[in-house]
Each structure stands twice: as structure tokens, then as C-alpha cells.
Design a protein around this ligand. Structure first.
Ligand code: B3K
Ligand code: ZN
Length: 855
């Protein structure tokens, strides 16, 4: 419902805060329901702001106990969102404002601000949680040095910076020498155990490293610690960035709204991104732990030392830090496989967002609730934009621009303009047109036709930038299109060249060619665009066999599979032999990385097909997509039948578990083969694999295969028995059953699981395991009855008052509603309207639903 809480904040309205904060002292007297927070804030008039302004401090759900200025009590009373001290009451010289407030961490179910999880105190302050801890200018451009002390019986007491007490980092007194915005504040107090190591930085400083977990979980931290040490080393070697405190702490928390948080010197993590053993974590979990540990660590420079001026600049830290963690994972694993996985995620999440009612620019210019903007567009498209910048200025240009960025902006709260300026200054390139990538939403569509005459090959490129909410007209963007050409025997005759498409239409020629070449276009997915080019299955198969660019090699197979699937759906075509033969070749090509082969064997997902059909002007029918995809899988299984048993046997990974990318790739390919085998043997091989599994990847993978063919009831029961006491593994147990439920059973299965005594819906991991798995089950979520839509809406309404951030995030399941037929549209609209009419709806969910309904 539109209300005063739905007021939009505008980038155009930015003004600096009238005071600088020289120093902050915080004292916490911790208590589950009556925590006292004393804050002493030393303010100095800001020379960059007009004098004589009132001071507005943010503050929510705080019981103010005392307020004084330079020791003299003030009588001002706060309102719902903060406290105003009129200019007349403020000295023109530096002054100390002291407040004491009372808060109740135990009843704070939003998991934002100071809250309790499993008996420990912890915090989450990004984006605006600090205002639930004390009255404060809670905005990223107000940066201060903090001293923190606490009183509590909890044996481990942590905050940002370096410990100042005697207890080697476990005492409750901390000093952070680096000025920081409030969103990077953190505090933890609990009964925790440390898994410790150390790192010696490039200048020879010794840094103590600790991962704090619940007693009993110390044995699950080795991989996270190893990832941290590799991240620290990598950032020194690749970006020249050294860590800047004596200690770096990570704490694992069970109740957490997202993955992790980069608080200065005290990262707080969702326990699923820290704890791993071969028996309980999958290869995907390991890869994700490595990537997120790196991401949060890399924020120390891109985010903390250089932060954002305001929340509109969020991509300044997030896009860049995602870009850096992607580079890191590529270096640690395989660049080709990492790129393919990143593009799969980009298309599944960001293209989906960009094509619907929630589309927004990488740097938006308006928001109601900033927590709704931690999106695939800010993060993943934000990273793609940096990849394009690098493609345009080259590796050396990128390096000098980044050096200049760190040099010029260390200690700043910066903007996208600052970021682009360092590239312009370091490389001499005019980035005026490039900036459209930051300010204009939507996925550009690039159409290509080609011709060949007298040895000259020409590519004619055209770009269209579709309208998005609030942005009807767009300018052409600068699009780096990496192209290579192959001759008819499959040799590369023109190596990768970056064409710069800057106009709506532009042609590029290649001369001196003996025969018509086959183009490999958008190599490495050089720009986040939708590329269309009329082509033949033969040409796709040719590229799948010969392309030297691994991304485009995979892309050719992917496009071929999509063509086949779409023909099957739209005109009932039989599965094309070209595709079957091409997949067979790749699957058994031992010169290729097994992880790459596994990705090629994987069919496009159902939501991806729906997105593609919609983009091509069809109305997707979820049930038809589901059955066509299964039919295609069955055809592939038949085609590969004689070869599968040997493949499965050859890919076994006996011996001690190796979490590395090569072994993980073998497991992925083996599971892909087992899924096909299950279509032929009724699940016999998968049952055997389940029984002999010696890692969670194999156990869970085999179970998924069984559930997908409607079996696995015995294994589901045994799995629960085995893992009952491991929360993280039990999340998998919940998720699998919903993800693989048959379309007509998905809502009922979900409902039954929400009635399970272990469905602790206030825990975001558990909630997501069940509810996000329902929306991820495309045919089940879009079952014609509308039961899944209703069930999701029921749960969003129930969760919203308890945890608005997670409720708002889960509501994006509905963002694709305009794609579907009139009946489904009406069913979804009815649910969105029902949510919208709910009394007391949060600003978070209210904004999301409002934007979706406006489509
Ligand atoms: N910066 C945090 C995300 C905060 C989300 C606030 N709703 C984690 C990250 O991106 O590294
Ligand atoms: Zn981040």
C-alpha cells in the first residue's frame, strides 16, 4: 500500500551531512531484552556544507534514556525514524553528543541491527541497520574512527579493528584506526571457539586470523581458512593490496539474511558459507565458500578503504568486488568454466530482472528501500560493466586505472563519476557514452547479419535498447563485441578482435579471406547483451567442435540445445540428430575438462527456456516446457545408452576427498551421466551411487537424480535419519524435495514440508530452502491451479512482519508474471494485490509488490 513510508529517495537530492564525525565511542551493556548502548559522538562542522543546518540523526526502535551535548542534558524527543537537534542548539565549534538508548536484541527478528542467533549477539548494519543500535548519521559518507567496549558474560567479545584489551582479541575492547561508515560496524559476543591461523603480509606484518564458530564446528573451518589465506595473497599479487589491521576475524552465524558481510576486520558469515566437510558440503558449496570468503575479504579495499558516497553508488563497491572475486575464482579454478557459470547466473537472474517490472539501472537514481537494491543488476551486471571497461582499455589500462583509483580515493566515499574519471585520466579515453551502462537499465539486443564478397567478410551489427520502467528512451551504448573467424576446416583465420559497436547500426569488414569464414561472435561473452543471428544447426555444431574460445564453444552447444528444445515445444519437432551427435562428441572428448563437458551435457533450465520463448514473442507454457525438456533428456539418454555405464565407472573419484576443481568436474560429469542413466535403468545406477557415496556431492547428487524420476522415498527417509542434527544438511533435505517435486505435486509437497516440525521458518536458510525452491521449480510454481502462487503469497504475508528483508527478496519469484498467459497473469496479480492490501506491510515488501503491480 502506498503510504508515507513509500517515499522515494532521489540521487538528485544528495547533500553532504553538515557535520564531520571525528570520533565515536560506543559502550554496550549486553542483555537479551535490555541492552544499553552509550554513544559519544565527537562532531566537527563540515566545511563542505552550508553552516546553520539542523542535525538529523537516524534512529529506529530505540528507547532514548539520556541525551546530552558537551555534558549538558538536552530535552529533544525522537520521532519514529530519528532525532532532530535544531541548529540553534548546536555550537559552531566541535562538540560531543552523548546518548544512551535501550534495545532488545532477542526480540529483533529482522536480523538487522543488533540481534541474537543461537544464543550469541551479532549485528548486521548494511545498509541501514546501525540506526537500530543508536542515534547516528547512518549514511556511508559519514566516516569515523570507532572505539568499542562491552560488558557481558559471553566468553568471546569482538568488534572492528584491533583489540586493545589484554585477552588477545577475545576481550571486549576494540579500536578501529580506519575511519569507516556505520554500515561497516560489527559486534559479536558469544560462546564461540576459534579456528586460528596467521598470514604474513607482503611488507612482513603478521596478521592473526580467526574463524569463530560454535564449539564442535572447529573441524569444519579448514577450507574457509585456506580460502582466506589464498585471497589475501592473491589481492597482494594481482592488485597490490595489503591487509591493514593486526587481526582478521570471521564469525559464522546460523540466522543471517544473506551470504556474508564485510564489516571492517570482522566479517560475519552465514554459517553455510563457512562450514564444510566432504561428507556434509557439496562441490558447489566449496566453490561458493571460496568465492564469498574472497569477496568479503576483497571488500577491505573495494568497499571499506574506498566506500560509497551514498547508496545509489552501491555498484561502485559491489560490481567491482564481484568482478574481483570472479577473477580470483577463475585463477583458482578454470577461467573457462567460471565464465560459463557466471554467464549462466547472469542470464538466469539479471537478464530475468532486466526484462521485467523490477528492471533498474546499475546505478539507480531512486529507491524507496535500499535493501531492495542488492540485486543481480547491481552485483552481476555491475561486474560485467567492469569487464567491458577492461576489454575497452586493455589489461594495462585497467591496471593503471585501478592503481590510480586506490591512490586517489583511499579514505574516500566515492561515486561512479570518480570511478570513471580515473579510467579517463589513466587511459585518456572518453567514457561519456560508456556511462550509459550505469544509468540506463535493460539488456541491449544485438542483431547481426553477415555477407562475404571477393574475399571480404562483413558483419552488420544493430543494437536496440528496449524500454524499461521509467526509462522509455535509451541511447545507443558502446558495446565491445569480441569476434574471431574460423575457416572451413575449423582453423582460426582471424584471432579475437574487439569490435566497438557505438552506433545503432554499424558494419565491420575483414579482408583477404580465401573462403567464407564462420564467425565466433561475442567471445567470452564480452558484453551483457542478447545476441541474435540467423544461423544453422550445422554452423552451431561446427563451432561446438572447433571454436578456440571456450565460452563460445559451450555457447554453440547451448544455443543448439535451445533451438532443438524450442522447436520441440513450438512445433513438436523430433530431437535433432545434429545435436545428439555433437553432444556425444563433447561428452566423450577426453581432451576437454570434465567440468566443461558436464556443463555442455546440462540442458537449459525451464525458466531459461521460458525467458527465451518470451523474448522471441511466444507465450511460454510451463507444462509444455517441462515435458519437452524431459523428452529431450530421454532422447539423449537413449542415444548415449551404450556408452553411459563405462563413462560413469571411469569418472569415479575414489580415495580421499579432493575439493579441487578437477575432481569436482569429474563428479559433476558423473552425475550428469547418472541422470541420463536413470532414464534407462529406472534409477538402479543412481541407487548404487547413493549407497556408495563418499561425499555430499555424490550423496545429494544421486538423491536428486532419484527424486527427479519420482523415486528416492527410502533415501529421503535415510538421509533425514543420518543428518537430523546438521542444520545445513537438513536445509538440503528440505530443498531437494521441493525442487524435484512433480509439477502437480509441488505445492502440496511444499505445504507438507512447511508443517514439518523442523521447518523453522524464522531461519532464512530454512525458509529459502523450502520457499525459494518452490519458485525455482518452474513447472511446479506455475502449475495451472495457482496453488503455488497462493502458497508463496501466504508465506510472504506471514514472514513480512518478522523479517521484511527476506520477504521482499523472496517476492521476486513473481517478477516474471508478464511473461505468462492471461490466466496465470490474473492468478499472480490476484496474489500481488492480496499482499499489497495487507495492513502494516513493510516498506521492503510494499515497494517490491508495488513495482511488480505497476507493470
Ligand atoms: N555488502 C553485503 C550485503 C549487504 C546486504 C544488505 N541488505 C555483502 C556483500 O555484498 O559482500
Ligand atoms: Zn559485496
Amino acid at each position: 500500500m502506498s503510504s508515507p513510508t513509500q517515499k522515494a529517495i532521489l540521487l538528485a537530492d544528495y547533500t553532504p551531512f553538515p557535520y564531520l564525525l571525528d570520533h565515536v565511542s560506543l559502550h554496550f551493556k549486553l542483555h537479551p531484552t535490555q541492552t544499553r548502548v552509550t554513544a559519544k559522538l565527537l562532531f566537527v562542522p563540515n566545511p563542505a556544507a552550508p553552516a546553520g543546518q539542523d542535525m538529523r540523526l537516524d534512529g529506529e526502535k530505540l528507547a532514548l534514556k539520556s541525551l546530552s551535548l558537551n555534558g549538558k542534558p538536552l530535552a529533544h524527543t525522537p520521532d519514529e525514524t530519528g532525532l532532530t537537534i535544531p541548529a540553534a542548539d548546536l555550537p559552531k565549534a566541535p562538540f560531543t553528543l552523548e546518548t544512551e538508548v535501550e534495545i532488545s536484541p532477542q526480540t529483533n527478528t529482522s536480523l538487522d541491527g543488533l540481534y541474537m542467533s543461537g544464543g550469541m549477539y551479532c549485528t548486521q548494519c548494511e545498509a541501514q541497520g546501525f540506526r537500530k543500535i543508536t542515534f547516528y548519521p547512518d549514511r556511508p559518507d559519514v566516516m569515523a574512527r570507532f572505539d568499542v567496549t562491552m560488558e557481558t558474560d559471553m566468553p568471546v567479545q569482538l568488534s572492528n579493528g584491533n583489540p586493545t584489551g589484554p585477552e588477545n582479541g577475545r576481550g571486549g575492547a576494540w579500536h578501529d584506526p580506519w575511519p569507516k561508515p556505520a554500515y561497516l560496524f560489527a559486534l559479536v559476543a558469544g560462546n564461540l571457539t576459534a579456528y586460528s591461523d596467521h598470514f604474513t603480509t607482503m611488507s612482513g606484518r603478521r596478521v592473526a586470523l580467526n574463524i569463530y564458530v560454535r564449539p564442535g564446528d572447529e573441524g569444519k573451518c579448514a577450507y574457509a581458512m585456506d580460502s582466506l589465506i589464498r585471497s589475501m595473497k592473491w589481492d597482494e599479487e594481482v592488485y597490490g593490496r595489503e591487509y591493514d589491521l593486526d587481526i582478521f576475524n570471521i564469525v559464522a552465524v546460523d540466522d543471517f539474511n544473506m551470504g556474508a558481510m564485510e564489516n571492517k576486520g570482522l566479517n560475519i558469515f552465514n554459517s553455510k558459507l563457512v562450514l564444510a566437510t566432504p561428507e556434509s558440503a557439496t562441490d558447489d558449496d566449496y566453490a561458493r565458500i571460496e568465492a564469498v570468503i574472497a569477496h568479503e575479504y576483497f571488500h577491505n579495499w573495494t568497499g571499506n578503504r574506498i566506500t560509497c558516497r551514498d547508496w545509489f553508488q552501491l555498484c561502485l563497491k559491489e560490481g567491482l568486488t564481484v568482478y574481483r572475486d570472479q577473477q580470483f575464482s577463475g585463477d583458482m579454478r578454470s577461467h573457462a568454466v567460471k565464465r560459463i557459470e557466471d554467464v549462466l547466473t547472469l542470464r538466469a537472474r539479471q537478464f530475468r530482472e532486466d526484462g521485467g517490472p523490477l528492471a533498474h539501472a546499475v546505478r539507480p537514481d531512486s529507491y524507496v528501500e535500499i535493501n531492495n537494491f542488492y540485486t543481480a543488476t547491481i552485483y552481476e551486471k555491475g561486474a560485467e560493466v567492469i569487464g567491458m571497461l577492461k576489454a575497452l582499455v586493455g589489461d594495462a589500462g585497467y591496471k593503471s586505472a585501478l592503481d590510480l583509483y586506490f591512490d586517489r580515493h583511499d579514505g574516500d566515499a566515492a561515486t561512479i563519476e570518480d570511478w570513471l574519471q580515473v579510467f579517463a585520466d589513466a587511459t585518456g579515453r572518453d567514457l561519456t557514452q560508456f556511462k550509459h551502462w550505469y544509468t540506463q537499465a535493460g539488456t541491449p539486443q544485438v542483431t547481426i547479419i553477415d555477407d562475404f564478397k571477393n574475399g571480404t567478410y562483413t558483419l552488420h551489427l544493430e543494437q536496440k535498447n528496449p524500454a524499461t520502467p521509467g526509462q522509455p528512451h535509451k541511447d545507443p551504448k558502446v558495446i565491445p563485441v569480441a569476434v574471431g573467424l574460423l575457416n572451413p576446416s575449423g582453423d582460426e583465420v582471424v584471432p579475437t578482435t574487439v569490435l566497438e559497436l557505438t552506433e545503432s547500426r554499424q558494419s565491420f569488414t575483414f579482408t583477404g579471406l580465401a573462403a567464407r569464414p564462420t564467425p565466433s561472435i561475442l567471445r567470452g561473452f564480452s558484453a551483457p547483451v542478447i545476441l541474435t543471428r540467423e544461423t544453422t544447426p550445422t554452423e552451431r555444431a561446427f563451432l561446438l567442435a572447433h571454436d578456440t574460445d571456450p565460452f563460445n564453444k559451450w555457447e554453440a552447444g547451448r544455443a543448439l540445445a535451445k533451438d532443438v528444445l524450442i522447436h520441440k515445444i513450438t512445433d513438436g519437432a523430433a530431437t535433432a540428430p545434429d545435436w545428439l551427435a555433437a553432444i556425444e562428441t563433447v561428452t566423450f572428448d577426453e581432451t576437454l575438462d570434465p567440468a566443461f563437458r558436464a556443463l555442455t551435457l546440462r540442458l537449459p533450465g525451464e525458466d531459461d527456456i521460458a525467458q527465451t520463448l518470451h523474448a522471441a514473442g511466444h507465450v511460454p507454457d510451463p507444462a509444455a516446457i517441462h515435458s519437452a525438456r524431459r523428452a529431450m533428456q530421454a532422447d539423449l539418454a537413449q542415444h548415449l545408452a551404450p556408452l553411459l555405464p563405462a563413462l560413469i565407472a571411469s569418472l569415479a573419484t575414489p580415495g580421499p576427498f579432493d575439493p579441487g576443481a578437477v575432481a569436482a568436474g569429474r563428479r559433476a560429469l558423473r552425475l550428469g551421466a547418472l541422470a541420463l542413466m536413470a532414464r534407462l535403468d529406472g534409477g538402479a545406477a543412481a541407487t548404487a551411487a547413493y549407497t556408495s557415496a563418499n561425499s555430499m556431492t555424490e550423496q545429494m547428487g544421486a538423491l536428486a537424480v532419484l527424486l527427479d524420476i519420482g523415486q528416492g522415498a527410502a533415501q529421503i527417509a535415510a538421509f533425514r535419519e543420518q543428518w537430523q542434527s546438521d542444520r545445513l544438511v537438513m536445509d538440503k533435505w528440505f530443498a531437494l524435495q521441493v525442487a524435484y517435486a512433480a509439477p502437480d505435486a509441488a505445492a502440496a509437497t511444499t505445504k507438507a514440508l512447511t508443517q514439518d516440525p523442523d521447518f523453522d521458518w524464522k531461519n532464512p536458510n530454512r525458509f529459502r530452502a523450502v520457499i525459494a525452491s518452490l519458485s525455482g521449480n518452474h513447472a511446479g510454481f506455475h502449475a495451472a491451479s495457482g496453488d503455488s502462487y497462493r502458497l508463496l503469497a501466504d508465506w510472504l504475508i506471514k514472514l513480512d512482519p518478522v523479517n521484511p528483508q527476506t520477504a521482499a527478496r523472496m517476492s521476486t519469484a513473481f517478477e516474471t508474471w508478464p511473461r505468462y498467459d492471461a490466466d496465470r497473469q490474473a492468478l499472480i496479480r490476484a496474489q500481488l494485490e492480496r499482499i499489497n492490501a495487507t495492513a502494516g506491510l513493510s516498506r521492503n515488501l510494499g515497494e517490491m509488490v508495488g513495482r511488480m503491480l505497476a507493470a
